[in-house]
Design a protein around this ligand. Structure first.
Ligand SMILES: C[S@@+](CC[C@H](N)C(=O)[O-])C[C@H]1O[C@@H](n2cnc3c(N)ncnc32)[C@H](O)[C@@H]1O
Length: 457
């Protein structure tokens, strides 16, 4: 087999993240995006140190378990790659992918629970859409990045992961931008205006936040400054099923393709209110909040069920975001310490604890590794919920150094979870069980929870 050669191969299994694996001439070949049981045409793209990778060219034969896709944007936006399987089949694939990842690393862990998302459609409470070109120098569009393309943006007016309010906002804001002749931002020249549109909607209260991320440059070819009041009037005139609570203008003159910058509140307040597990959370634009609210209740409940006893205990909520896990623990615990480095999230966590009348929580702003040493109390319970990049070696070792019997690890990336578990293993902690909680139906996203137990020497 040579680089560039075309192959036809049957996919035997999948490994996280969304890599199909098949055998040809006694060799194992990996193809990103290929699904179990599909017959694939691919082209060998990499051959290095015994590993062979191929690029997916065509699905020659679908898996017998596959059905028609339900979304007209399938394979264009690249979001819901598992949608040709039924819901149960898709959960099996996620479980198999995680199993293969751990098996390949020689890490033995039973996957004892797969928890369904309460909602399979319209479950997302947040979307970040990009303004851009439908194709190079093509017309303005607003939506998701096209599958396999970093620059082109595909309009997704029928997306099934969000409800009709999101779809309405998406359609209408694009049409507004076109009629007002608003300029898209050009990443190469750093000229222009429109960058992103973030929409958040609370599942429990129906409150909606709309944040336009744009530069402070002229907004149209006539050189006019952006008229925020006009934009507010237009958005307030739309017919939502929820309630418009917040319109924000994020002034983003930076170079990075991310939503960042000073926020001007154009209408309402700068947060929306969500209720979760009997608690109230004010959610601000920059604060992390699980994107599937009802799924998050199952996620947190599954994590909490792994902690045998919190009564009168000192609990650490590391990578605490808006302090959701910490506040759930605070109902039973003696004291809770949360550490989070986004200051807006920490302020929100403090504000939320006060709204929830929890006076036993301390939320600390800063890097988890650096701030741990500043806490004088020793923990009885530790729950970690790091970002996709994981905890990393030094923070993992610092957490293990507390030498408590059990630690609960919540992860949105099984690959970095595995890396951190290998570090924990060197410190004497082994994973007792792994649960998958489906927070992202139809997509390749996997949320897992692991209970770590200290080995008795
Ligand atoms: C997956 S979120 C978890 C948030 C929270 N547990 C929840 O469920 O809403 C990870 C959080 O870790 C924060 N974070 C990432 N790296 C960090 C670090 N080194 N120190 C402190 N916080 C960090 C992020 O800002 C984010 O809020």
């Amino acid at each position: 087999m040579k680089k560039g050669e075309e192959i036809i191969i049957r996919i035997d299994k999948m490994k996280y993240p969304n890599v199909g694996i098949g055998q040809l001439d006694g060799q194992s070949i990996r193809i990103k995006g290929a699904l179990t049981n599909q017959l694939i045409k691919g082209r060998i793209s990499k051959k290095r140190s015994g590993k062979i990778e191929a690029r997916l060219l065509e699905v020659v034969e679908r898996s017998p378990l596959e059905q028609s896709s339900f979304c007209e944007h399938f394979n264009i936006c690249g979001g819901c790659m598992l949608q040709t399987f039924d819901y149960k089949g898709q959960l099996e694939l996620k479980k198999d992918m995680v199993k293969a990842l751990f098996e390949e690393a020689g890490y033995s862990i039973p996957i004892d629970l797969v928890v369904e998302s309460p909602e399979h459609f319209e479950y997302r409470n947040k979307m970040e859409f990009s303004f851009g070109d439908a194709y190079k120098d093509g017309p303005l569009t607003l939506g998701m990045h096209k599958k396999g393309h970093h620059h082109d943006v595909v309009d997704v007016p029928m997306c099934h992961l969000v409800d009709e309010d999101f779809r309405l906002i998406l359609r209408e804001v694009l049409s507004y931008a076109k009629t007002q002749e608003l300029l898209k931002f050009n990443k190469r020249s750093n000229q222009g205006f429109l960058r992103h549109l973030v929409v958040r909607k609370s599942k429990s209260t129906g409150e909606i936040m709309i944040a336009l991320s744009a530069t402070t440059q002229a907004c149209n070819p006539k050189g006019d400054a952006f008229d925020g009041a006009h934009f507010v009037d237009f958005l307030r005139g739309l017919n939502y099923s929820g309630t418009l609570a917040s319109i924000l203008y994020v002034k983003n003159d930076g170079l990075g393709d991310v939503v960042a910058g000073d926020i001007e509140c154009l209408y309402g307040r700068d947060f929306i209110v969500e209720h979760l597990m009997g608690l109230t959370f004010n959610i601000h634009l920059y604060a992390f909040f699980q994107t599937n609210t009802l799924g998050a209740e199952r996620l947190y409940q599954t994590a909490i069920n792994l902690i045998p006893d919190m009564n009168e205990k000192v609990c650490f909520d590391l990578f605490s975001g808006t302090g959701t896990i910490g506040q759930i623990m605070a109902k039973h615990a003696k004291t809770v310490y949360g550490i989070e480095w986004v200051s807006e999230a920490v302020e929100a966590a403090r504000e939320n604890a006060s709204i929830n009348k929890l006076d036993n929580c301390t939320f600390i702003c800063g890097d988890v590794f650096e701030k741990l040493s500043e806490i004088e109390d020793k923990p009885d319970v530790i729950v970690v919920d790091p970002p996709r990049s994981g905890m990393g070696e030094k923070t993992t070792k610092a957490v293990a150094a507390y030498d408590i019997p059990q630690i609960v690890y919540v992860s949105c990336n099984p690959a970095t979870l595995l890396d951190d578990l290998l570090v924990f293993a060197k410190c004497g902690y082994y994973a007792e069980s792994l649960s998958i909680v489906d927070m992202f139906p139809w997509t390749g996203g996997v949320e897992s929870i692991v209970k770590l137990q200290k080995k008795s020497m």
